[in-house]
Design a binder for this molecule. Structure first.
Ligand SMILES: Nc1ncnc2c1ncn2[C@@H]1O[C@H](COP(=O)(O)OP(=O)(O)O)[C@@H](O)[C@H]1O
Ligand SMILES: [Mg+2]
Length: 166
């Protein structure tokens, strides 16, 4: 069961498939301008989770890791929305967020999914969904989801309702 605390949700995933499903559910709820920050070690599941988001959001193409391109742009058929999937691993600090044109991406009101968001924490908008992923063992991953700002509290509540039917 999740730990109940306002604006925060703790979840344990026991398989890559489960992590994909969690991402999928979140993906169905995203709106233009949403910022989803993923932090945590290599192999924690950020890309698996992002790929699930892409499916739930109904992206036209499958998600891959944006490690080399840094920014992957995704679209979907049903409207003109854009989703940017970013990898900040190579960025050393917030100032380097300029090199990927972060402000420009934010202004376009696309959805932003950032892997290694902790690298550029200070450059990110204060209102965001922050998700810390941690490897517990082999196939167990801990997710701590923190909502910052009203939109994200609402998003987290919707996600909670979809995930845990009390
Ligand atoms: N519960 C789980 N959730 C997510 N990935 C898992 C899980 N258990 C095992 N894995 C494996 O861990 C790896 C996660 O890789 P990836 O999503 O690329 O990590 P990251 O993007 O955080 O570096 C994948 O090989 C996946 O199959
Ligand atoms: Mg990754």
């Amino acid at each position: 069961m999740p730990i109940l605390r306002e604006g925060e949700l703790d979840i344990i995933s026991t398989s890559a498939e489960q992590t994909g499903r969690l991402g999928y559910r979140l993906g169905t709820l995203l709106l233009a301008g949403d910022v989803i920050c993923l932090s945590g070690d290599m192999g924690a599941g950020k890309t698996v989770f992002s790929a699930g988001i892409g499916k739930g959001w109904e992206a036209e193409d499958a998600f891959t890791s944006p490690t080399f391109n840094l920014v992957h742009e995704h679209r979907r058929g049903k409207d003109a929305q854009v989703l940017y999937h970013l990898d900040c691993y190579r960025l050393r600090n917030a100032a380097e967020a300029d090199t990927i044109g972060l402000d420009d991406l934010l202004e376009r009101r696309g959805i932003l999914i950032l892997e290694w968001a902790e690298r550029i924490r200070a450059a990110l908008p204060p209102e965001r969904l922050w998700i810390n992923l941690r490897v517990i063992e082999d196939t167990r991953r801990s997710f701590i989801m923190e909502a910052h700002g009203r939109r994200y509290q609402q998003l987290l509540e919707e996600f909670r309702a979809l995930t845990f039917k009390f």
